[in-house]
Design a protein around this ligand. Sequence first.
Ligand code: SF4
Length: 101
Amino acid sequence: MYAGRKVEEGDVDAFFRAPAHPYSQALMASVPRPELVAIGESQNLAEIPGTVPSLDRMDPGCAFASRCAHVRDVCRGAVPALCKSDGDRKVACVRAGDFTS
Ligand code: SF4
């Protein structure tokens, strides 16, 4: 879910192994990994730039557009529908399939 909208749906293991939506990917990149600390490795946590949009003043198009590293003009035209991606997975991104995690 992002800004009150479902952005990805599917098998939990597949999600954690390879999130498909740019928000899911950014979110998972910001999760600390204690197993790295346990073996003395450092980890640079990714940061999602910007802030969540106000739900009463949403821009047209994708709610994640102002924060997305993959944004294009087409993203701002209409709210992306939750569409079948691979397997049982559904992703609400007009560029789903253009990139992988
Ligand atoms: S629709 Fe565009 S802005 Fe939204 S997540 Fe996909 S690439 Fe990013």
